[in-house]
Design a protein around this ligand. Structure first.
Ligand code: DAH
Length: 380
């Protein structure tokens, strides 16, 4: 718009036809809207008001004086109409603006609009995988590399899978070592399960049964997961811990295949210099059963600690007990319709937390579950 057009007469602006009037007011309107938008506070709003509506020299007064009063009779009607429209529109706009400023909305908008690019950003620390997860991965990789697959099963089990199908009948004394948490759950119809019908699994061995039910031999699986026992927490016990169960079943699997597989795993995991040994043991679902030991990784199997003292980890025995294992008891095949005459296999079940503690020199299992960032950060 011509600068300060309202200070000139229509004649000076060259307006002689009534069609020229509306565009003139449109320019005024554009200017007013822009000015009003720049008013964010009560102060700037008041300046705007004086500038446009001031009685003596406000824009509207001057428009009245210079354009309307001095208009030729042909233009007067058009100028009068446009002026009224403009006035009404301006008042409405100002009212909305005043309300916005008074409610504080304008203030917020203007503070929000101000972005301070010099402020440092919020640094979000990047987490890492928990040591237990890392060790799971390490062990899974070793077994996957020799043809095992990884399968999982439910943490809430039936006594059938957790005990009976593993050849542990009700009242078998072995159940005493595996006291656990029985839970009630709602079935689909909303009814509660009978007491004792479900439990938190005490080992990952039930997944042996679930796998053989679904799959024909040959079977080569490992089963990582959480297990639960009613143990009081101390440096080596927790009510929840982690296991990896393993199962291999095929025609002609021998005790040699079994020892070879286990030894291969242990040397991959702890390093090639560890020695291994088996001791006779008992599990209802394997026959024969063994406990599997490695030469003490802390004293190198010498039984001696620093300065000739007795090694505190193996207590001088030179060996550390690792896990239980054995050849699958033929009775177990009966539960899954496998032909015990044609098949054989081996199984093992190892405590993951224990394997992690031994390899990484951690002497309290509770450290895994306390979420102390100082501990977790040591295993990035
Ligand atoms: N389920 C046993 C436990 O939790 C560990 C175990 C031992 C699993 C021998 C096996 C096995 O598959 O053959 O103590």
């Amino acid at each position: 718009m011509a600068e300060n057009s309202h200070e000139k007469t229509l004649a000076a602006l060259g307006v002689t036809q009534s069609e020229q009037v509306a565009p003139l007011f449109a320019q005024l309107q554009t200017q007013a809207t822009a000015d009003l938008q720049a008013a964010h506070s009560a102060d700037t709003f008041e300046k705007f008001r004086v500038n446009w509506l001031g009685r003596k020299s406000g824009v509207l007064t001057l428009v009245g004086d210079n354009w309307l009063k001095l208009a030729t009779p042909e233009l007067k009607r058009a100028v009068g109409q446009e002026l009224n429209k403009f006035k009404a529109q301006l008042e409405a706009q100002m009212e909305a603006r005043r309300a916005a400023i008074e409610s504080g909305a304008e203030e917020t908008v203007s503070t929000k609009d101000r972005v301070d690019l010099s402020l440092p950003g919020v640094a979000r620390p990047i987490g890492s995988r928990h040591l237990i997860r890392q060790v799971f991965q390490e062990i899974e990789d070793i077994f996957v590399s020799i043809g095992f697959s990884v399968v999982q099963g439910p943490e809430i089990e039936t006594p059938y899978y957790n005990f009976e199908a593993l050849n542990i009948p009700e009242f078998h004394p072995v159940r005493d070592d595996m006291d656990t948490f029985y839970v009630e759950a709602a079935t689909e119809s909303g009814a509660k399960t009978a007491p004792g019908a479900l439990l938190l699994r005490t080992h990952t061995s039930p997944v042996q049964i679930r796998t053989m039910e679904k799959q024909k031999p040959p079977v080569r699986v490992i089963v990582p997961g959480k297990v639960y026992r009613r143990d009081n927490p101390d440096a080596t016990h927790s009510f929840m811990f982690h296991q990896i169960e393993g199962l291999a079943v095929d025609a002609d699997i021998t005790f040699c295949d079994f020892t070879g597989t286990i030894e291969y795993f242990v040397k991959q995991y702890f390093g090639p210099s560890v020695k291994t040994r088996f001791r006779p043991s008992y599990f209802p679902f394997t026959e024969p059963s063994v406990e599997f030991d490695v030469s003490c990784i802390f004293c190198g199997g010498s039984g001696c600690g620093a300065n000739g003292a007795t090694c505190g980890k193996c207590k001088g025995s030179q060996w550390i007990e690792l896990f239980g294992a054995g050849m699958v008891d033929p009775a177990v095949y009966g539960f899954v319709n496998y032909d015990a005459k044609k098949l054989s296999g081996f199984a093992f079940g190892m405590g993951m937390d224990r394997l992690a503690m031994l390899k990484y020199g951690i002497d309290d299992i509770q450290a895994f579950f306390q979420n102390d960032a100082r501990f977790l950060r040591q295993f990035p």
